[in-house]
Design a protein. Structure first.
Length: 323
């Protein structure tokens, strides 16, 4: 359930441990600005959520909280920049479920994601949306599947990169529907939306917030990757309504380089918890099609393990490999 009542419950649960805390005067770390590397282009879901959090996190830390977009290689370029930074808490990574899926596909990565990072806090959870371009010869999922069967391997769909969670969602849809699509990777959801709006790709599997500019240019949102319809987007059917059992959702979260002091990680986690308890932050996240998540590090680690196992199963069935 969503809306005022749900937000009130979430706010109370998130805020209670920190009602007495103030951003200033907590001593020690941080003594200067903290940089959050977003490994995708501006305007995508990760960038959108990071910027929703930015002011409240900075307020809690008592220091500037800077957003640094480092795009490329399905997030690996930005992730490597953080992995090779000093483990002092001043450079952090803001990633999505691709953190779990990419290592299962790419064997040529210059670092080990699991060993290089410590999960600090999950921030949101959200499904992705399948959108189709204006003029596509279908206006719903059944029609999209029928067109893909009529032209096997010719219907194109974009995602924020090879082995991105959106790519896995597309692979899972092909398995469920018995179709073959042509995957077109980009640097971020905003790039997918731009090409979809221009009609240069047939479809895109990205976040709702990323797709909105394409909708203004005539794109149609035909299905959600969640297991059921979202309360905030009741007009968009779930893929599972046509193909029972289909369910893949994404998330966003903060990671620190392995070896970052526990005190710094705790301060970051507290700042994120405080931001997530803010009703305006929750309202803006809901408008972006995302829900605040449990920021507990142990719970976050369990989510990552679950998604790695899901990715591993999809790779075993599809043979998807890069490098």
């Amino acid at each position: 359930m969503r809306g005022t009542t749900r937000r009130g419950i979430v706010t109370a649960a998130l805020a209670t441990p920190f009602l007495a805390q103030r951003a200033a005067g907590q001593g020690g770390w941080p003594e200067r600005s903290v940089r959050l590397v977003v490994p995708y282009s501006a305007g995508g879901v990760a960038d959108t959520i990071a910027r929703i959090l930015q002011a409240k996190v900075a307020e809690h830390l008592g220091q500037s909280f800077l957003i640094d977009n480092r795009t490329g290689a399905s997030g690996a370029i930005g992730a490597q920049a953080v992995a090779t930074s000093p483990a002092d808490g001043y450079t952090l990574l803001f990633e999505g479920a691709t953190f779990a899926t990419l290592p299962e596909v790419r064997r040529d990565l210059p670092f080990d994601y699991a060993a290089a990072f410590a999960p600090v806090a999950q921030v949101t959870t959200q499904p992705y949306i399948l959108g189709i371009r204006a003029g596509f010869p279908a206006n719903d999922l059944a029609g999209f599947v029928a067109e893909a069967k009529r032209r096997p391997g010719e219907v194109t769909y974009g995602t924020p990169g090879v082995a991105h969670i959106g790519h896995f969602m597309g692979e899972a849809l092909q398995l469920a529907a018995g179709i073959r699509l042509e995957h077109v990777p980009f640097r971020g959801g905003a790039d997918v939306a731009r090409e979809l709006a221009a009609g240069r790709i047939d479809a895109g599997i990205i976040s709702y917030s990323s797709l909105r500019p394409a909708v203004e240019r005539g794109a149609t949102l035909i299905a959600s990757t969640a297991g059921r319809r979202q309360a905030s987007l009741p007009q968009i059917p779930a893929i599972a309504e046509t193909f029972p059992g289909y369910e893949l959702t994404s998330w966003t979260g903060v990671f620190a380089p392995a070896g970052t002091p526990e005190a710094a990680k705790q301060r970051i986690s507290q700042a994120l918890r405080s931001a997530l308890a803010d009703t305006d932050v929750q309202r803006r996240m809901e408008a972006a099609g995302a829900d605040p998540a449990d920021p507990d590090p142990a719970a976050f680690a369990a989510v990552i393990r679950r998604d790695r196992e899901t990715a591993r199963r999809i790779v075993q069935v599809t043979g998807l490999r890069v490098g």
